[in-house]
Design a binder for this molecule. Structure first.
Ligand SMILES: [Zn+2]
Length: 306
């Protein structure tokens, strides 16, 4: 049972929108690819839970919590009547090795020790849970979900689940007997309510931009290129041929405008500049009027979400 759903992280959403509209450096592109891959791994893990008996456990996904000025993020938390399973999901691919307390990629590049990150999370989560009177023991593990992940020289006592152990781990979670338990649901909801909704962390890795420097136009729903043209009632992408109803494409683009430039008002003039389509102003005004609340009069009219 899902208590808190996973959403596409805000900084990934923003970068997806920005990518066709501004140049990204090599480093920024690499970071985005890494973050997308991490998110993919988390969704994959969610899918495994969802399609197994473990789906009856109470799931809290993607929590941002705070304890004593320390902010920490939890990929997946599963509540059972006797235990809380804390999982840090890693979608690492390729060969890694451990030397002492350090983790390395095969090339010799050091990577952050994921077990340390997990232990930090666990040590902050424990007193936080106690403070809201949840006294269940925590079982924490780093879960490696990519089938092509290999780890050399790993101590068998490390709190990690390797890809080859994933099925038995899910099997173990599935075997936990879980009956409808209102007290446990209430406890899980209490924790979910502590999720920090506005943390600087969410804006991490979003490159700086301003409205003026962004490329304008409707981004294709399929290939994201800014090569969309208006053709009667349709929007057609010059690059991939994707066709979309003009109203829904324009509204999608207004949504992107709102997300990228929340300080700017939705007006006919502003949206004309944003979408750069050969569209009649009155037709655009009609689309906005049908889908937003009209505020103000005459020259000062703007639109806001219904
Ligand atoms: Zn396209």
């Amino acid at each position: 049972m899902e208590i808190k759903a996973r959403e596409i992280p805000y900084n990934i959403q923003m970068r997806r929108l920005l990518k066709p509209r501004m140049p990204f450096s090599e480093k920024e592109l690499r970071q985005l690819a890494t973050d997308e891959k991490g998110y993919e791994g988390e969704c994959y893990f969610d899918g495994l839970i969802l399609n197994s008996g473990a789906s009856s456990l109470l799931q809290l996904n993607d929590l941002m919590l705070q304890w004593n000025d320390n902010v920490f993020q939890i990929d997946s938390l599963l509540f059972s009547p006797h235990k809380i399973y804390l999982s840090d999901i890693k979608n690492y691919e390729g060969e890694y090795y451990i030397e002492g307390d350090q983790w390395f990629f095969m090339s010799g590049t050091e990577v952050k020790n994921p077990v340390h990150q997990l232990q930090r999370c666990e040590s902050l989560l424990r007193p936080l849970l106690r403070s809201i009177r949840i006294n269940l023991p925590i079982e924490a593990q780093v879960v490696f979900v990519h089938p092509e992940f290999t780890l050399f020289q790993a101590n068998k006592n490390l709190p990690i689940i390797l890809p080859t152990q994933l099925n038995s781990f899910i099997g173990k979670l599935s075997s936990v007997s879980m009956k409808f338990n209102p007290t446990l649901i209430e406890a899980a909801k209490k924790l979910a309510a502590l999720h920090v909704k506005d943390s600087p962390y969410y804006k991490r890795h979003i490159p700086n931009y301003s409205y003026e420097t962004l490329k304008k136009g409707v981004a294709c729903k399929s290939c994201r290129s800014l090569t969309v043209q208006l053709d009667g009632q349709k929007l057609i992408c010059d690059l991939c041929g994707y066709t979309e109803d003009s109203s829904s494409g324009i509204l999608r683009s207004v949504g992107e405008f709102k997300m990228l430039c929340p300080e700017r008002l939705i007006t006919v003039t502003n949206i004309m500049d944003w979408i750069r389509l050969n569209i009649n102003r009155n037709r655009l005004a009609r689309i906005l009027k049908q889908n937003f609340e009209m505020v103000g009069k005459g020259k000062n009219v703007y639109y806001r979400q219904l």
